[in-house]
Write a protein that binds this ligand. Structure first.
Ligand SMILES: Cc1cc2nc3c(=O)[nH]c(=O)nc-3n(C[C@H](O)[C@H](O)[C@H](O)COP(=O)(O)OP(=O)(O)OC[C@H]3O[C@@H](n4cnc5c(N)ncnc54)[C@H](O)[C@@H]3O)c2cc1C
Length: 580
């Protein structure tokens, strides 16, 4: 029988959070994609559950936020407990959840399978993105002679479908999102580098009845002599427990001895004298803490690795799913833009230069956090020390520590012209504004939808003054020319500091108040400052122009007069001629 043959723009291997996030970009950008998954189409149990504020911003940009927040359990605070040397178990502190700076989302908890189902539902609405279950690749070859032809399909894979057998697929690009034991990584001959510890943990999702006072909180219990315990209240009445069975400085723990009964006994022992009766166990598993990083993330910028295929660490800090999705969030718009011939293929090299430092930091953060349980000794000063650790972790836990510095996409800006909170390389912060035409209040970040477009945010100052209005309109006219020259449409957002009655939309140039024959006037481009956004962003009365990348990271900042600077930044990114 002859093997079926086909071609596709993007082939994604693995429908976990990283693969689905990549497929979500392709869905939004209209790129023909196949996502193959070796498992059957079933709801995953167990796995991740912690969602960072930054991941919520990503979900919001794809229109998934409401479905997530309808199902999740927000994290409202933390309790810290210690079992002291004499054996007493006591609460050392109860902390409110630190409010993320300039973000409207806090962290929350929702089982990974439910998150995946929500993303899949949106992907399935578009026929050009197809998810195929019980399907896995069996070979991958890259035709190196075809790499320079943007229309070529240099990645050649054999796919095995459980039902229909073998198929030969030629893909322009491949994304290996196939988890910690990545098949794709092995084909690319990348090595995982790192170390394995002897720290062993059990993890389980339980419905319990307990008289422990903070059973409804996110709680850390440190019993240094006996092992750590960490738990979080979840959706559907479940609680996720992480139970340390062995510290890194102890002898090797026999993995075969781990049973559900052993885990529950250990949990009950760590919580004594409080009681904890298990009513239902949805899932349990165990793992030995290891820290590994792949020595490569891309081959020829045609095959990419994302998520756990690149970085492995302990699930305890709740970083893996978030960082994995963020890998794909970084890659997806670049790949889609190149395939649509809107972006220079050279941009693809920034995936590794931007995400490798994040992966390295992820591993370090996890190591740092585990020391809380592994190397501590009872000194009597644990609470302050524990709190310091928790606080130090916050930027990573919120997802706001990321700072991209590849000069291709991040223009260094003179300090003099750079607003404080709006820094090239960092994600655009939440700043509240009200729509000039309707008065509706919103965060600017909620207007930065993931559609593959760059966003231009103009802080225009006080437009009741004729010179300022003139300056604003001059910039608008120049921006229209940039759009025409580059054949790119920007998401244009202007924020002025003028009393609403002192300026009319009609006095603004076309780009700020455009008219469409079919849909009429666009009233969604001009917003009023809510008296704080300029101060919060550190923008002076003269205003500023902020160019935000499609993934909501600031690319460039400058003055309204600096259209040449803006053009210089965009030119190499949009330079597709020599590749077309
Ligand atoms: C107990 C536990 C708790 C966790 N808690 C958190 C948390 O709270 N927050 C957090 O951020 N992270 C957490 N994590 C980590 C998180 O689950 C992972 O980092 C995340 O799932 C990685 O996503 P991924 O898409 O890269 O890989 P995976 O989720 O591993 O997805 C890979 C997919 O690829 C498929 N696949 C593999 N090989 C092939 C192949 N050859 N062909 C086709 N398909 C293939 C697999 O079946 C799988 O569906 C936790 C992990 C565990 C185990």
């Amino acid at each position: 029988m002859t093997k079926k043959e086909s071609s596709v723009d993007v082939l994604i291997i693995g429908a976990g959070p990283a693969g689905l996030m990549a497929a979500m970009w392709m869905t939004k950008c209209g790129v023909t994609t196949r996502l193959v998954e070796q498992r059957p189409d079933q709801l995953r149990v167990g796995g991740a559950d912690g969602i960072h504020p930054r991941s919520m911003e990503m979900f919001e940009s794809f229109g998934l936020d409401q479905e997530i927040t309808q199902a999740w359990e927000p994290i409202t605070g933390w309790a810290l407990w210690c079992r002291y040397a004499e054996g007493t178990l006591a609460r050392s502190d109860r902390l409110d959840n630190p409010t993320p700076v300039r973000c409207r989302w806090g962290p929350g908890l929702l089982q990974q399978g439910i998150i995946e189902r929500i993303i899949k539902k949106h992907i399935s609405q578009q026929a050009f993105v197809r998810i195929e279950y019980q399907t896995a690749p069996s070979s991958l070859a890259i035709n190196e002679d075809a790499l320079n032809d943007p229309d070529s399909h240099p990645c050649v894979l054999s796919l095995h479908h459980e039902d229909v057998g073998e198929e030969l697929v030629r893909a322009k690009y491949v994304i290996g999102a196939d988890g910690a034991r990545s098949w794709t990584r092995k084909q690319l001959e990348f090595r995982m580098e790192g170390t394995r510890t002897r720290s062993v943990w059990a993890v389980t999702d339980l419905v319990v009845v307990s008289d422990f006072p903070d059973i409804q909180m996110c709680t850390t219990v440190n019993s240094y002599g006996e092992g750590g315990l960490f738990f979080l209240r979840r959706e559907r009445g479940l609680t996720r427990f992480y139970i340390q069975l062995n510290r890194a400085d102890e002898e090797e723990f026999p993995a075969a001895s781990i049973t559900q009964e052993l885990i529950i006994q250990k949990l009950q022992s760590l919580l004594r004298p409080y009681t904890c009766t298990v009513k239902y166990c949805e899932w349990w598993s165990s793992y030995t803490v290891a820290h590994y990083l792949s020595n490569g993330m891309t081959k020829h910028d045609r095959v990419f690795l994302v998520g756990d295929a690149v970085h492995n660490h302990s699930p305890l800090v709740g970083l893996g799913m978030n960082v994995s999705m963020q890998d794909s969030y970084n890659l997806g718009w670049k790949l889609a833009g190149v395939l649509q011939k809107k972006l220079n293929p050279a941009i693809l090299s920034t995936y590794e230069t931007e995400r490798r430092p994040v992966a390295e930091e992820l591993i370090e953060t996890d190591r740092f956090h585990l020391q809380l349980f592994d190397t501590a000794t009872v000194t009597g000063s644990e609470p302050a020390w524990m709190q310091e650790r928790e606080e130090a972790l916050q930027p990573s836990m919120q997802g706001f520590g990321v700072y991209y510095q590849d000069s291709f996409l991040t223009a260094a800006t003179d300090k003099e012209h750079r607003p404080d909170a709006v820094t090239p390389g960092k994600r655009f912060p939440q700043l509240n504004v009200s729509n000039h035409a309707t008065g509706k209040v919103c965060a600017i970040s909620s207007l930065l939808k993931s559609e593959g477009r760059f966003h231009i945010i103009i802080f225009a100052g006080d437009l009741s003054q004729a010179p300022e209005l003139n300056r604003f309109n001059t910039f608008g006219t120049a921006l229209e020319q940039v759009e025409n020259q580059t054949s790119r449409n920007f998401n244009v957002i202007a924020v002025h500091r003028t009393h609403k009655t002192a300026i009319e939309l009609a006095s603004m140039t076309n780009i700020f108040f455009p008219a469409d024959e079919r849909t009429g006037r666009d009233y969604n481009r001009v917003y009023c400052d809510m008296e704080t956004s300029y101060e919060e962003a550190g923008i002076s009365e003269r205003g500023a122009v902020v160019l935000v990348r499609p993934d909501q990271y600031v690319g460039w900042c400058g003055e309204l007069e600096d259209v040449p600077g803006l053009t210089r930044y965009l030119q190499p990114i949009f330079d597709v001629k020599k590749h077309a």
